[in-house]
Design a protein around this ligand. Structure first.
Ligand SMILES: O=C(O)CCC(=O)C(=O)O
Length: 298
């Protein structure tokens, strides 16, 4: 597919009132189509080269958590901020309509991308522990997320898809879980949190076609089980926060606080781009970058 054409999909995602109400009720909403399947398959084609270290823009991603030959093949492979390394990933996670939807759900004047995740759970791939995203974001103020999870393959309950715990966005904050990557018991912290709340866990699996997915709150418990199917489960996630977010003046995130300047708590749009704002603003580099008119930092 011509990359430049792939950046201009016909479909523009918009939330319905029912979807917004459902997000506030359950802490998530599942959607059959967020991006064009063509955009999803262009991003999918980048997984092999990225995980084996071929990065289209020349820049390494912020986190590259699985490499062939080095890491356990049964782990779920993860790259964070793949958008800096690859424009087909950027074309999904920097979308204006995704930014607008996250701002609507978060009640924000605009959206900033905090990080993306490029996730690849192979057949037999191990779980990701159930957690709340907000626990991983205390280096920012407010530590608030709305995330857009986009399936690039068809997802099924047995295929290790994402699962949400309905209503868990109303539970207390838990903090980081004991084991995130490949735990034997992915629900260990979740069970303790539910016991503290005195509630039953009601899990809902995200089963969607390529290009479909879900939006969830940073407070909603979620995770995923082993991939018992014969097909890989590959996903992009845009973890979004408010356009007003700033760095915490006292909490240091061991990766993302590297982008904080001394004596300045503002977030640089080069690393935390504004994808949509109610006054029409969007970080100016996004369009020419995604359309390949400029390279990284151009
Ligand atoms: O896709 C998964 O299994 C987990 C994704 C996740 O943790 C997230 O989207 O925040």
């Amino acid at each position: 597919m011509d990359a430049a054409v792939s950046q201009r999909p016909s479909h523009r995602f918009e939330l319905t009132d029912e979807q917004i109400a459902s997000f506030h009720e359950d802490g998530f909403v599942i959607v059959d189509r967020i991006v064009d399947p063509g955009l999803a398959s262009a991003a999918l084609a980048r997984f092999e080269p990225m995980f084996s270290g071929t990065f289209e823009t020349g820049l390494y991603p912020d986190e590259w958590n699985w490499r062939p030959g080095r890491d356990d093949p049964s782990l779920t492979r993860q790259i964070c901020n793949g958008w800096k390394s690859d424009r087909d990933v950027a074309a999904v996670v920097l979308r204006e309509d995704v930014g607008q939807a996250c701002a609507t759900l978060g009640g924000w004047p605009g959206t900033r991308l905090s990080q993306d995740n490029v996730l690849w759970k192979p057949p037999g791939g191990r779980p990701l522990g159930f957690h709340q995203d907000a626990a991983y974001d205390d280096w920012a103020v407010p530590a608030e997320f709305v995330s857009c999870w986009v399936a690039l393959d068809r997802t099924t309950a047995g295929g290790g898809t994402l699962e949400f715990v309905a209503g868990s966005h109303r539970w207390r904050s838990w903090g980081m879980i004991e084991e995130f990557h490949g735990p034997e018991d992915p629900e260990r912290d979740l069970r303790k949190a539910a016991e503290l709340e005195g509630v039953e866990v009601r899990k809902v699996a995200v089963e969607v076609p390529p290009g479909g997915g879900a939006f969830h709150s940073g407070r909603t418990w979620h995770g995923s089980g082993r991939n018992l199917g014969s097909a890989p489960r590959r996903t992009l996630v845009a973890h979004c926060t408010t356009s007003e977010a700033r760095f915490s003046s006292h909490e240091v995130g061991y990766i993302y606080s590297r982008y904080k300047r001394f004596g300045d708590d503002s977030m640089d749009e080069t690393h935390f781009p504004i994808t949509w704002r109610e006054d029409g603003y969007r970080s100016p580099f996004i369009r020419p970058y995604v359309d390949r008119e400029i390279g990284w930092g151009g």
